[in-house]
Ligand binder design. Structure first.
Ligand code: 13P
Length: 258
């Protein structure tokens, strides 16, 4: 039996509102007639300003919209902040939390990320939490320790909503370098093991994605690994044609049933 792959396109701080809307339209056309959403789930994460416009275009399709970040709370005095509640209202049903760029540039730590996941669940959003080691940590052989550490607080409380964990080694993001699929499989198995130990009833509800320099050529290699349920894609998701090619690869290649 083939599992359902999850592909999330993280557009980061790219594309205007109009450009995002145009991309969504192009992608719908590119997937027409062959894409089977029961085999590949597709989620797009445009800039916050474009969520509503992209959401309107995707309404009635099986493509979902994600925020790239959220702040705690619902509304109030937090200049510049966007809550999960506001993301949901704009049409998002998913949100990326704790991306390494936010850990690095906005000093997000595991405690804040855990609170953000709870806020996402309160708003009715599926949370996609990013974890992964830096190049220095990898060189020290600390990958497994870092991954377990980043999961520790997150998994301490009860599971109260949709949770996906994206393993994104920091050194692989935007670099064109990727780990071996077998290395990703090892980390994915560790993540599944931690989730299963904390929430035995929910182990199969938490998908593990790989992220970092994914493209249509290398995606299949990751999806062929038993514990990898999909991918979080940055640069390659910015071109609708490449995104469609990745959906096609995912539809053909996996993920394998666990
Ligand atoms: P790239 O696919 O551009 O390496 O980015 C990965 C990423 O950070 C997705 O969240």
């Amino acid at each position: 039996m083939q599992g359902r792959a999850l592909l999330i396109g993280n557009w980061k701080m790219n594309k205007t509102v109009e450009g995002s809307a145009g991309h969504a339209r192009t992608l719908i056309r590119a997937l027409e007639d062959w894409w089977d959403p029961k085999l590949v789930q597709v989620v797009l994460a445009p800039t916050a300003l474009a969520i509503a416009a992209v959401g309107r275009i995707l309404a009635g399709t099986d493509i979902a919209v994600a925020g790239q970040n959220l702040e705690l709370g619902t509304e109030g005095a937090l200049t510049g902040g966007i809550s999960g509640y506001l993301l949901y209202e704009a049409g998002a049903r998913w949100v990326i939390v704790g991306h390494s760029e936010r850990r690095q540039h906005f000093a997000e730590d595991d405690a804040l990320i855990t609170e953000k996941v709870k806020a996402a669940w309160q708003a009715g959003l599926n949370a996609v939490v990013c974890i992964g080691e830096t190049e220095a940590e990898r060189n020290q052989g600390a990958t497994e320790r870092v991954v377990r550490q980043q999961l520790n607080l997150l998994l301490a409380g009860p599971l109260k909503g949709g949770l996906t964990i994206a393993y994104e080694p920091v050194w692989a993001i935007g670099s064109g370098r990727v780990p071996e699929p077998e290395e990703v499989a090892e980390i994915a198995a560790i993540i599944h093991g931690e989730v299963g130990a904390r929430w035995p009833e929910a182990e199969n509800r938490v998908a593990v994605l790989y992220g970092g320099s994914v493209n249509a050529k290398n995606l299949g290699g990751f999806l062929n690994q038993a514990d990898v349920g999909g991918a979080l894609i940055g640069g390659a998701s910015l071109a609708a044609g490449e995104m469609a090619a990745m959906v096609r690869a995912a539809q053909q290649e996996g993920p394998r049933a666990r």
